[in-house]
Design a protein around this ligand. Structure first.
Ligand code: PMV
Length: 354
């Protein structure tokens, strides 16, 4: 006794919202003011790999992110750990001769090692992949019997957008009505095979950490923006219905129009916050212009763009041909070593122009 270690490794891709979540109605439970819809990236692209280990020889819970130890003291980690521990079951690993009884879990400690293959906290939704992966890996380690949607409601308490990374393809986070948040969870709208013509290209405009965290940004927006109230009540509910329809019918024109417009409204809501929050920079704005002009000149949209809480552009091209034309245009307008702060493009699993 005291010598064994049980380990589980999981890999989770990040997701990019096409109808944005911005604003919490309950900060502790992370309950949003509106539904949101996202696309989960291919696991080969931007993802988090997390190994969780348990051993009677560990004397405290510890975590390393990209090789550096980080504190688990924050409420979010504690919420996820507590929720998963409370659902732990008997574990029997015959191969290794390990037996852990349900009641032992509360006295066992964990070591957690997590790696992102993309910039952390630069608006590329690293916390989404991170908390989803953590919750998924812990559930496997502890033999918790919850389904993906129930796990999503736990991941949500780590980072709201994380609940959407428990599924591939197109995912909706239903805001829910319950005060305890049990019905605020993710459901899959369509799997990854449903619309596999789409190609995602990410322009890494800056890999610096963002200045305003999504938590404090959302709090300020909820407290000061009238536009957010209008958006959450009047605009998003209609857009969610339209977006579900566009996804179901693989209607790229509607999908692109809704995606771009919703990203722009999210950034307008940030600007409507007091003091205003700026996540996009000049390069982001120039990318929007290039895409808008091209879409207009073609008559039918070729590419949708969307920006999260940072300046990096996520572009979704209608097919491979549009993706390669987009890349040519981007390289023409934003050549390497020009005086923009754009430092690389990520297309699928390839990263060029480092
Ligand atoms: O879940 P958080 O706290 O990382 O917030 C994410 C918010 C946005 O990425 C800007 C929008 C979204 O729906 O993912």
């Amino acid at each position: 006794a005291g010598k064994w270690v049980r380990m589980v490794t999981a890999q989770t891709p990040t997701n990019i919202a096409v109808i944005k979540y911005w604003g919490k109605r309950d900060e502790a439970l992370i309950l949003p003011v509106n539904d949101s819809i996202s696309v989960t990236l291919d696991p080969a692209h931007l993802c988090t790999t997390t190994t969780v280990a348990v051993s009677p020889s560990f004397d405290q819970d510890r975590m390393w992110l990209n090789g550096k130890e980080i504190s688990l003291a924050g409420g979010r980690f504690q919420s996820c750990l507590r929720e998963i521990r409370s659902r732990a079951c008997d574990v029997e690993d015959e191969e290794k001769g390990i037996k852990i009884a349900k009641k032992e879990w509360e006295n066992l400690h964990l070591h957690i090692a997590s790696y992102n293959n993309f910039p952390t906290a630069a608006g590329l939704a690293s916390s989404a992949a991170g908390f989803a992966c953590l919750v998924f890996a812990l559930a496997k380690l502890m033999n918790a019997k919850e389904d993906q949607s129930q796990l999503s409601a736990i991941a949500r308490q780590g980072s709201g957008s994380a609940c959407r990374s428990l599924y591939g393809g197109f995912v909706k986070w239903i805001m829910g009505n319950d005060e305890d948040g049990r019905d605020s969870l993710a459901v899959q709208l369509a799997d990854e095979k449903h619309w596999d013509d789409l190609v995602i290209i990410i322009a890494v405009v800056s890999s610096r950490q963002k200045e305003t965290s999504s938590t404090s940004g959302m709090r300020e927006t909820v407290e000061t923006s009238l536009l957010l109230k209008h958006r959450a009540k009047e605009i998003v509910p209609k857009r969610i219905v339209q977006m579900e329809e566009a996804i179901k019918n693989r209607d790229f024109a509607s999908f692109a129009q809704l995606t771009c417009t919703d990203s722009n409204q999210f950034h307008a809501v940030c600007l409507d916050t007091s003091p205003p929050i700026f996540y996009m920079n000049d390069t982001s704005h120039r990318i929007i212009s290039v895409v808008e002009k091209w879409n207009r000149s073609e008559g039918v949209p070729q590419v949708a763009y969307t920006f999260d809480a940072g300046p990096n552009a996520v572009m979704i091209a209608r097919d491979r041909k549009a993706a390669s034309l987009l890349l040519q245009r981007l390289l023409f307008h934003f050549p390497p070593n020009a005086d923009t702060d754009l430092n690389s493009y990520i297309i699928g699993d390839k990263s060029i122009l480092q």
